[in-house]
Design a protein around this ligand. Structure first.
Ligand code: AHR
Length: 673
């Protein structure tokens, strides 16, 4: 084969590719339609059901990464509200006026919040108030006519009782959007609550929160918090715009709390669920393995509340005695406390009110138990090269099955000693083509073993959020999952969120290519988000048999990779399909949902043949997501550049030809009788 350098468009012209694949005078047919002038034919056998679509196929995966909760979904607007992000410096807070501030571990609020912020405002005056300032997570969102709930713990020295002034101002301090005064400080810790209400102001984010005094004093603070209105007005709740984006996906479950966040770099940094429940002022917080502090304000009950608000089921991942620094607890006696912790956790989630942990949940404000079908033992335990997962999994599995036989237990890697109900597969191909190459993977998967949970997957193309190439790879992959949903019962993309405010090193993103992006004020869905929304909301309950002919193929040259810093020889070019499809049918209405992904940069005419139905209505609906280039994307500045368009379509029938636009994902709704 005679290879040429890649054209600047980043795509091979189709005809050139065909000749590259075939060599000159090649005789193969079916490699590409243009060689034979045959257009692709998709056959749908509507009377042949190959599987039921798993009702829980599409869900969400989440963990504290990329400022997903803190600085993301969690409503809290102040960064480092408990002053524990660092033990040797005051981070994310500064002094205002003549004040000085310092951490004071000698004046803790309690054993969990075991330090405080000491404000020395000895020189404060009416003309020069002194106090503390927080800039939030890359800004504080101000919206018109909005109420913000301020709360904090404080105590003061020498009879100082206030007043303090809480305010939201512009970052330069020149505009005061809302303020309120607080009196009644004493020498003992007390909690204060006050509301700030903005007037008719333009939305903005370049703002700060201040807590100041105009009279001299020494004051200690702990858990200084600022909450905007939350989704469904939940206390300690979630950000409405992001929840709305999620609600529109109609996800069926939430896998939490990780991911790496479940495990932690070290055991004392794991998601220790018992330390994340109850009064937030009693939660110590911990370091996320993604290298920033989590207050644990977003704890176990907050995850469950998130599920409840979006009518999702929890897929509960329990810590399985493994920490990311390759440290593990040997199966046996030493692992027992971990197994017990997991059993207690399941009881907290599902237990009746007369069980110890069910009663604790009632005390924490949620009398009703949650529905739970899936529990996952650990995360990515293939990293544990010691082989201890066999024994660790078996110990958890046996304990779960003994007490909760109805639970489906998920293993994070293949095991031999027990038969897990599901095994969790993860995949993160680095390009559209690398993902397209895997789109048929589950067509060939054995059907005799455990079912599959695709617990993390994404086409990593585009940053901070995937571009259209990412969406095309994802859509190709989803046709494969949907077609095989007899095997794949649950699946979720990862990571879900990214705060896009500071994309530099040490900033707001630890992992490029995340489904939903946001800053302090607004949020947006990536093209991959819209592709997923189309798949999760538009499908039937049965999978129909399909067949394709003349499927277009391009030659793809995988990029060079490095191993241990050394550049490896480029792998040979390989053929990649560029048209993907699957068909499902709603058994009650008869509607057929045909999904077609055209990864080519050219319009693709496709002949659709439907057998096994009496008729297909001439008129139907098409939902189309399309871009003019694979690099096109959405962003915080252009959040809706690429969104699905719903159009009425005609000329449908049991045999019709339709032109699918370049770089497009289409759901065709066909009314069948
Ligand atoms: O999704 C990002 C990370 O990828 C997850 O924390 C981990 O499970 C996987 O390696």
């Amino acid at each position: 084969m005679n290879f040429m350098s890649k054209p600047t468009s980043g795509r091979w012209p189709v005809k050139l590719l065909v000749s590259m694949l075939l060599g000159t005078g090649g005789t193969a047919t079916n490699l590409h339609a243009e060689t034979t002038n045959l257009i692709p034919v998709l056959e749908i056998k509507a009377d042949q059901i190959t599987a039921r679509v798993s009702p829980t196929l599409y869900g969400l995966m989440t963990e504290e990464i990329n400022f997903s909760y803190e600085g993301g979904l969690y409503g809290e607007l102040l960064r480092n509200r408990t002053f524990k992000a660092s033990t040797n410096a005051v981070k994310y807070w500064s002094a205002k006026g003549s004040a000085t501030i310092a951490l004071d571990p000698a004046t803790p609020l309690n054993t969990a919040l075991d330090t405080s912020l000491k404000l020395d405002a000895a020189a404060a005056t009416k003309d020069s108030p002194a106090g503390i300032v927080n800039g939030g997570y890359w800004g504080i969102p101000v919206r018109p006519k909005t109420s913000y709930h301020v709360s904090f713990y404080a105590k003061a020295a020498g009879g100082f009782s206030g007043p303090l002034t809480a305010a939201i101002t512009s970052a330069d301090g020149k505009t005061n959007f809302a303020s309120a005064t607080i009196n009644g400080l004493t020498g003992d810790w007390k909690k204060f609550d006050v509301t700030l209400k903005t007037r008719k102001v333009a939305p903005s984010k370049n703002n700060q929160f201040t807590l100041t005094t105009a009279s001299p004093g020494t004051i200690w603070f702990q858990q200084v918090s600022l909450f905007p209105p939350t989704y469904k007005e939940r206390p300690n709740g979630r950000r409405p715009d992001i929840m709305q984006l999620l609600a529109e996906m109609q996800p069926k479950f939430l896998r939490f709390p990780g991911g790496n966040y479940l495990e932690g770099d070290n055991f004392n940094e794991r998601f220790d669920w018992k330390k994340t429940i109850g009064d937030p002022a009693q939660r110590a917080g911990h370091r996320s393995p993604w290298n920033y502090w989590s207050t644990d304000g977003f704890g176990l009950l907050e995850f469950l509340g998130w599920c409840e608000d979006l009518r999702m089921e929890p897929v509960l991942a329990v810590n399985a005695g493994y920490a990311l620094q390759h440290d593990y607890i040997k199966p046996g006696e030493g692992l027992k406390p971990y197994v017990q912790d997991a059993l207690d956790e399941i009881e907290y989630v599902t237990g009746e009110t007369n069980t110890p942990w069910g009663a604790q949940r009632v005390q924490d404000g949620h009398p009703a138990p949650f529905v739970l079908h899936y529990v996952e033992v650990g995360n990515e335990d293939w990293f544990d090269k010691s082989g201890s997962y066999e024994g660790r999994f078996a110990q958890f599995f046996d304990a779960f099955k003994a007490k909760y036989p109805q639970l489906k237990v998920i293993a994070t890697t293949r095991v031999k000693s027990r038969v897990p109900d599901l095994v969790d597969d993860h995949l993160y191909p680095n390009s559209e083509e690398a993902m397209e190459l895997r789109a048929h993977e589950y067509d060939r998967h054995e059907r005799t073993g455990p079912k599959v949970f695709v617990g993390e997957w994404a086409t990593r193309s585009g940053s901070p959020t995937p571009n259209m190439a990412g969406a095309l790879g994802d859509a190709a992959w989803m046709t494969g999952m949907e077609r095989n949903s007899d095997l794949i019962l649950i699946s979720c993309y990862a990571p879900l969120f990214v705060n896009v405010s500071d994309l530099g090193r040490g900033g707001s993103m630890q992992w490029p290519s995340d489904l939903i992006g946001y800053d302090a004020l607004t949020s947006y869905g990536s093209p991959s988000y819209y592709a997923q929304k189309m798949f999760s909301t538009q499908h039937g309950d049965t999978v129909l048999a399909t067949a394709g002919e003349n499927i277009p193929v391009v030659s793809w040259q995988p990029p060079a990779s490095k191993r241990k810093g050394v550049l490896q020889p480029r792998p040979p070019a390989q053929p990649v399909e560029k048209l993907f499809f699957d068909a499902t049918r709603d058994s009650r209405s008869g509607t057929i949902f045909l999904k077609v992904v055209n990864g080519l940069g050219t319009t693709q005419p496709v002949k659709v043949e439907i057998t096994g139905v009496a008729s297909i209505a001439a008129k139907g609906t098409a939902i189309v997501l399309q871009a003019s280039s694979p690099e096109d994307t959405n962003s915080i500045q252009a959040p809706k550049k690429i969104v699905p368009i719903t159009e009425k379509t005609k000329g449908l029938g049991t045999s019709f030809t339709r032109e699918f636009p370049p770089y497009s994902i289409t759901v065709l709704e066909l009314k069948a009788k």
